[in-house]
Design a protein around this ligand. Structure first.
Ligand SMILES: *Cc1c(COP(=O)(O)O)cnc(C)c1O
Length: 379
């Protein structure tokens, strides 16, 4: 089947390189968990999972049970943490497939113990401590008692204790340090009770980069192996580069006159005769809904988006790019010759963050994996 002329390209060789660089950068005794939620932020969960395991990931993390089950269905047997809270039905499913749940309430402990009793096996669990995000987890003040109870619960094995930062990737680290202090208090109380776990972990990518004091035994990385930084100000590691590009082709060119309008809502009026390229991609593919805002790369140059983009199409002004023609490749996110439109630039069009854009490219854009060692290079 011919490829739709709009696609997401994932560079597997650069993914290898990114993992290699991260592994070289991190302290040798620091383990890492690869966070694969939302299809590895739209990059393809299985590809990222397999590569992370080649580079020594000790643990994988998902957020929905479905995500974790598709890793198991692919034959992956390493421990998988299902983050967040589970419903009672989900708990049984997690136990059946050997997925590690977080037990943050006495209710969940009891429910899991019932399942364990029926199965006569020990169930691995972890506890999340809420140190200030006010999302999942047992409040830090209540955590020592809860952790001791989990550690002593028949049928359960406490493998890890985690927390999560509210803000780790901005310059102001004061709240992160306060959260770290709360977590350390909990961990101290825990070892005071004689409870020891294999994995104490608090850092996402921002924490990994900027808060070595919070590394503990393991860090949880989602965005960094994809070659994208969580913010504009966190530490940079030379050589990391985004593995995702989003591309399309010019499918039509309109020669218009001064005074002509472009796009729905008549948001753009040409002041001179212009050449307008039509791209078969729009907000229905995950591009922000814009009006006379944003650029794409054509022949290695920036071409401005004119008018408002539609669900399935957008128009760009190529009056200055004389050599551009129908079927030319166009980059919406990524590099072309010496120019680049990075994901942060696309995110700024909707006042959002890189995570939102990466994960927001819809599945109607086919994923094309290039530079796979096992298959011919396709670009
Ligand atoms: C998503 C997530 C991560 C990974 O964050 P990155 O910034 O992508 O590294 C880590 N921990 C938790 C709890 C998460 O939800």
């Amino acid at each position: 089947m011919p490829l739709r002329p709009a696609w997401v390209e994932i560079d597997l060789k650069q993914l290898d390189r990114n993992f290699q660089i991260i592994v070289r950068d991190k302290p040798a005794n620091l383990d890492f968990m690869c966070v694969l939620k939302d299809d590895a932020y739209g990059h393809g969960m299985l590809q990222v999972a397999r590569t992370s395991l080649q580079f020594g990931a000790k643990y994988l993390a998902a957020v929905t049970v479905d995500e974790a089950l598709s890793l198991r269905a692919d034959g992956i047997t390493v421990p998988i943490l299902v983050m967040g809270e589970r419903t009672p039905d989900e708990l049984a499913q997690c136990v059946e497939h050997n997925l590690t749940c977080l037990v943050n309430t006495a209710r969940t402990v009891n429910a899991l113990q019932k399942i364990a009793a029926g199965l006569e096996k020990k169930i691995p669990v972890q506890v999340e401590v809420d140190t200030g995000l006010s999302r999942y987890g047992v409040r830090w003040t209540d955590a020592p008692t809860h952790i001791a109870a989990v550690a002593n619960a028949q049928g359960l094995t406490l493998e890890g204790v985690m927390s999560h930062f509210a803000m780790s990737d901005e310059l102001d680290k004061s709240f992160a340090m306060q959260q770290l202090g709360r977590f350390v208090t909990v961990l101290d109380a825990m070892s005071g009770e004689g409870v020891h776990v294999n994995y104490r972990h608090m850092c996402n990518t921002g924490g990994f980069l900027d808060l070595p004091a919070a590394h503990f035994d393991m860090v949880r990385m989602g965005i960094l192996p994809l070659g994208v930084y969580p913010s504009q100000v966190c530490r940079r590691i030379p050589g990391l580069s985004p593995i995702m590009s989003v591309k399309t082709r010019i499918v039509a060119i309109q020669e218009i006159e001064a005074g002509d309008y472009v796009g729905y809502g008549m948001r753009y009026q040409a002041t001179t005769p212009s050449r307008i390229a039509v791209l078969p991609v729009g907000y229905g593919d995950g591009y922000p809904r814009v009006r006379n805002q944003g650029f794409v790369l054509v022949c290695g140059r920036r071409a401005p988006i004119v008018g408002g983009n539609a669900m399935d199409a957008m128009m760009v002004d190529i009056s200055d790019i004389l050599q551009a023609q129908v079927m030319d490749e166009v980059v919406l996110q990524g590099k072309q010759k010496d120019e680049e439109i990075d994901v942060h630039e696309v995110a700024s069009l909707k006042k959002s963050v890189s995570y939102d854009i990466l994960a927001g490219w819809r599945s109607r854009l086919p994923r094309v994996y290039v530079n796979n060692q096992d298959t011919p290079v396709n670009d």
